[in-house]
Design a binder for this molecule. Structure first.
Ligand SMILES: Cc1cc2nc3c(=O)[nH]c(=O)nc-3n(C[C@H](O)[C@H](O)[C@H](O)COP(=O)(O)OP(=O)(O)OC[C@H]3O[C@@H](n4cnc5c(N)ncnc54)[C@H](O)[C@@H]3O)c2cc1C
Ligand SMILES: NC(=O)c1ccc[n+]([C@@H]2O[C@H](COP(=O)([O-])OP(=O)(O)OC[C@H]3O[C@@H](n4cnc5c(N)ncnc54)[C@H](O)[C@@H]3O)[C@@H](O)[C@H]2O)c1
Ligand code: SF4
Ligand code: FES
Length: 809
């Protein structure tokens, strides 16, 4: 067997990983290692704007999760920075001193936000907006502070400002020129944009140059050259980016503004390539994904030894991702002497269109208010389309017997090679083939197969139009919710098919049910693993590779790559002996923080991965499952044992419940609370199951949630005895296991299936209730403490937790 060549990528971002995805489609000749400075797997940086404004979560924006790297055989090193390349010996050194050797190397280190070198720029509360950490800092600041300033009214600054307004902050955008987005818009469009954004709550300070930031430790305000000042407790700098060239320049690789590359993304040093925002190609550094993915396509082919056209540079188009604001710009948008323009400005409707031509060739455009023509204009600019009478009539809506007006079917007009999704280089033919050859019928499937609409999402309407063109009435944009893009089947259809066809592994399911990609994806694999375990509780062999990283590691990974260990404390109770053990282990392993959790137990933060098994062994306490879709905590009040108001023994019942239902898998995490009386000190109303003592027995509440979407629990029933309480709790939990969608919290589940159905099955129909409770007991009979399981299995311990020391061979 020939030895695979070693390919190392420094930079686990959008350009580097897109190149690797494209490379894997062409060849398996490389053994790949990826070094990423951030603690996360590869995520969609573009979507950070949506995370900030609250419409997406961090989980939603992960492009390739850790399971993807594992299944692609890629060695992923996160939380480490490449510091120096020895181009003679072909090694990359990392900031912890370890090394990795390469045959070929890709530098994909992206950019750094430019921070204005003015007094006060190092104060607390002054940040750029580039990564998850910045996003989290802003979200935290918005919870504590009121006034924010965003310096720089470009794409990033405006999206940041909108996000902060959504988070409730009073936001002023401070911009140097006297109109916004001057790098993408002309004055007319920029003024229309300003007006629209003002109506959405953003304030503007235009034509202002910041001289200093004020404050002792935390920023309190800005001062400007004209002597005026602005109060701000958070300052976001979005005044442009600088290619991150540090690694290359430390290593003797030619750097100008960016890392200098040729038309095949080769740097000045043999076998060292660069891609993405860190590069400079023919004198240009790019700051949008579409050009970076075009570079990646050329580089992937070069590395795979597949013939490729050279990369000759890109024409950029931009769209602002703020809902309710349609603005687009492509190519040359500011006319000069040599240009002619067509301009249409409708002040009443709030629309603006400008098309710029040179020698009759369309070279650029700006649209505001109505951007339906954006894809066509982008295409015309890329192709250098000539303006004709017909085209003029179409674009201005002035031609035809009815005075124009009829919308052109853009999808029909596209040629096979026309790009539909600029971000991902997806052509019309690729989408048509996905529908006609692969038989795909939903947008999610086409997105999964081709990548179309996976990044900024701006092309979604056009992708749908192309699908509509091919499928006609067979295309329904509002199709039923499939469990992911690998299938059109809903959760219920999948579960039913697993039962009917007696399927027992994830691979069997994806094969038998015709998944579009046999290995599944990060969305469906964990779901199938759960459904299979729920349906075949005594025989199913859990597939750890199909679980999220926290569940595979049995601990919660934190943003610096260390883990949190939370031992079980039944009913929120502990002993002096256990407390001493926690203290001793925390001191021994030098843990930076020991924290009381919201669920009445203790979190030991900052445990190194390789120390996890030792910590578990020395604690010798059961896992608290703080990382799992399982029973988390049973919060209790002191109840009748100690409280003078208490009528019921909440401590006893809380402990009983936690011991009974721990360890079994649920569709999502489950939290309980037990209270000794209706004063409700342990807050039953926001728990998945809340139990409240009353004089004659207990009240059981379901579907509460105190998290992102708060919901008060509904009263399910009142019972008299502890036995009834336990049996109904078991029946509710099992009914939830059997009918909820994977990741659906009880709060959403109760609203979807209805309290009535839950009451009928778990309270009214006693026989059904007993059957459910029995099935819960069967599921519970197979559980085992996961920490002990690892400790008993040296091989598992080694694969999951031994420190990977990368040495030069
Ligand atoms: C909030 C936001 C919104 C955006 N919206 C859009 C949009 O709508 N449309 C669009 O086209 N573009 C958008 N962009 C720009 C787009 O995200 C970037 O063009 C793209 O991410 C650049 O890809 P890259 O791989 O070159 O760099 P990055 O994605 O930044 O990846 C570089 C990675 O390398 C890591 N790294 C750096 N140095 C080292 C080292 N020495 N060792 C190891 N790792 C290292 C970094 O930590 C980073 O994870 C947006 C950017 C932001 C921040
Ligand atoms: N929707 C999108 O396509 C999108 C969204 C976010 C970010 N991005 C990309 O991220 C990168 C960073 O975005 P950006 O907006 O920071 O860069 P940018 O260079 O596009 O805009 C920076 C803006 O800051 C202004 N500025 C410069 N110095 C200033 C000062 N001292 N005071 C006030 N204003 C000043 C500039 O005039 C400019 O308009 C860009 O490459 C951008 O294309 C794209
Ligand atoms: S809920 Fe009732 S019993 Fe429990 S601590 Fe509060 S007052 Fe006492
Ligand atoms: S154009 Fe951005 S995802 Fe398609």
């Amino acid at each position: 067997m020939t030895q695979k060549q070693k390919l190392v990528v420094v930079g686990n971002g959008m350009a580097g990983m897109n190149t690797i995805e494209q490379l894997l489609k062409l060849t398996d000749q490389y053994s790949i290692t990826v070094i990423g400075a951030e603690p996360h797997p590869n995520y969609n940086r573009i979507m950070l704007s949506y995370v900030l404004e609250g419409s997406k979560t961090i989980d939603d924006i992960v492009i390739n999760d850790r399971a993807w790297y594992e299944s692609a055989g890629i060695h992923l090193i996160t939380g480490k920075r490449g510091t120096k390349i020895n181009t003679e010996q072909k090694t990359v050194q990392m900031d912890d001193g370890s090394e990795v050797d390469y045959d070929r190397l890709i530098i994909a280190t992206g950019s750094n936000p430019f921070i204005l070198p003015i007094p006060g720029s190092d104060l607390e509360g002054v940040i750029g907006f580039r990564d998850i950490e910045d996003c989290e800092t802003m979200i935290e600041a918005a919870a504590k502070y009121k006034k924010a300033a965003v310096i720089g009214g470009g794409l990033l600054g405006l999206e940041a400002a909108k996000g902060l307004v959504q988070l409730g902050m009073d936001v002023t955008v401070v911009h140097l020129p006297d109109y916004l987005m001057e790098r993408q818009l002309d004055v007319t469009a920029a003024k229309m944009l300003e007006k629209e954004l003002e109506s959405q709550g953003i304030k503007f300070a235009l034509g202002k140059q910041t001289t200093a930031l004020k404050g002792d430790t935390r920023v309190t305000g800005l001062t400007f050259t004209d002597g005026t000042e602005l109060e701000a407790e958070l300052v976001v700098m979005s005044v442009g980016i600088r290619p991150n060239t540090e690694l290359a320049s430390n290593s003797g690789i030619e750097v100008n503004r960016g890392i200098v590359v040729d038309d095949y993304m080769q740097t000045s040093v043999p076998d060292v390539f660069a891609v993405g925002e860190c590069t400079e190609h023919r004198g240009t550094c790019y700051g949008l994904v579409a050009p970076l993915f075009e570079q990646g396509a050329v580089l992937a082919k070069t590395l795979a030894g597949v013939e490729t056209k050279p990369y000759e540079g890109s024409i950029c188009s931009t769209k602002l991702k703020i809902s309710g604001v349609d603005v687009f710009s492509t190519g040359t948008f500011m006319e000069e002497k040599q240009h002619t323009t067509i301009t249409m400005h409708d002040g009443w409707k709030g629309t603006y269109k400008k098309i710029v031509m040179q020698d009759n060739v369309i070279v650029g455009a700006v649209l505001f208010g109505d951007i339906d023509d954006s894809s066509r204009l982008e295409r015309f600019v890329k192709k250098g389309e000539l303006m004709t009478e017909e085209l003029y009539a179409e674009l201005t809506g002035t031609g035809g017997c009815c005075g124009g007006g009829a919308k052109v079917n853009v999808a029909a007009e596209l040629t096979d090679d026309d790009i539909v999704c600029g971000c991902n280089g997806v052509t019309k033919k690729m989408i048509v083939d996905a529908v006609t050859i692969d038989g795909l019928t939903t947008l999610d499937q086409v997105k999964m197969k081709t990548g179309a609409s996976r990044s900024c999402g701006g092309c979604k309407p056009l992708v749908e139009q192309v699908m509509q063109l091919v499928l006609g009435n067979g295309f329904d944009a509002e199709v039923k919710e499939g469990i992911c893009g690998c299938t059109t089947m809903s959760r219920d259809e999948v579960v039913e098919a697993i039962k009917q066809q007696n399927l027992h592994t994830v691979a069997e399911v994806t094969k038998a049910l015709g998944w579009s990609q046999p290995e599944g994806c990060s969305k469906c694999r964990p779901a199938l693993n759960y459904y299979l375990g729920m349906l075949w509780p005594t025989t199913y062999q859990d597939e750890p590779a199909s679980r999220f990283v926290n569940e595979r590691m049995n601990a919660n990974i934190q943003k610096d790559g260390t883990y949190t260990v939370v031992p079980r404390m039944y009913g929120g109770m502990t002993t002096p002996q256990d407390l001493k053990k926690i203290a001793d282990v925390s001191i021994k392993y030098n843990l930076p923080l020991v924290k009381m959790t919201g669920g009445q137990r203790i979190g030991m933060m900052g445990v190194k991965k390789e120390d996890l098994p030792k910590v578990w062994e020395e604690l010798n306490m059961p896992s608290g499952y703080a990382y799992a879709k399982s029973l988390r905590t049973v919060k209790t009040c002191v109840g009748s044992a100690y409280c003078r108001f208490g009528t019921q023994d909440s401590l006893h019942i809380g402990e009983l419940i936690e011991r009974k239902f721990e360890r079994v898998d649920f569709p999502a995490k489950v939290k309980f609370a037990v209270n000794g009386c209706p004063r409700n000190c342990a807050e039953s109303c926001t728990k998945d199951i809340g139990i409240v003592g009353n004089d004659g027995g207990w009240e059981i509440y379901v579907g509460g949630n105190g998290g992102i979407k708060a919901r008060l629990a509904d009263l399910l029933c009142k019972v008299k005895t502890d036995e009834e309480l336990i049996e109904i709790s078991a029946a509710v939990l099992q009914f939830y296991r059997e009918t909820a969608k994977y990741l659906e919290r009880t709060s959403d589940w109760v609203e979807r299936v209805g309290l009535d159905l839950i009451q009928r099955n778990t309270v009214a129909d006693v026989e059904q209730r007993k059957q459910l409770a029995k099935r819960m007991d069967i599921a519970l009979s197979r559980t085992e403490d996961p920490w002990q399981k690892v400790l008993k299995d040296p091989k598992l311990k080694e694969t999951l937790f031994e420190k990977v020391v990368v040495t030069k061979s």
